[in-house]
Design a protein around this ligand. Sequence first.
Ligand SMILES: [Zn+2]
Length: 84
Amino acid sequence: MTRRAAVTREPATVFKVDGGRRYFTKKAAFNAAARIAINKRCECERGDGNRYSGFTCSYHENPERYMKIVRRLARLIECREVAP
Ligand SMILES: [Zn+2]
């Protein structure tokens, strides 16, 4: 017979972005803030799910470049947040 998994409750610090979703790590929160900032400037043409991927703007067309932009912007936002 296997022992039942223990479910416990514990308080945790969470990070919120614009009072919305909650993130357990500061890094995840700043990455989310960066994605939100990029999406505000996104000019992707919405694809039809078949011929087009839908990711056509300069931010989203290249996934590797997009990840670099997210990481770089997340660092910039984090620096700005902690500045006096
Ligand atoms: Zn886009």
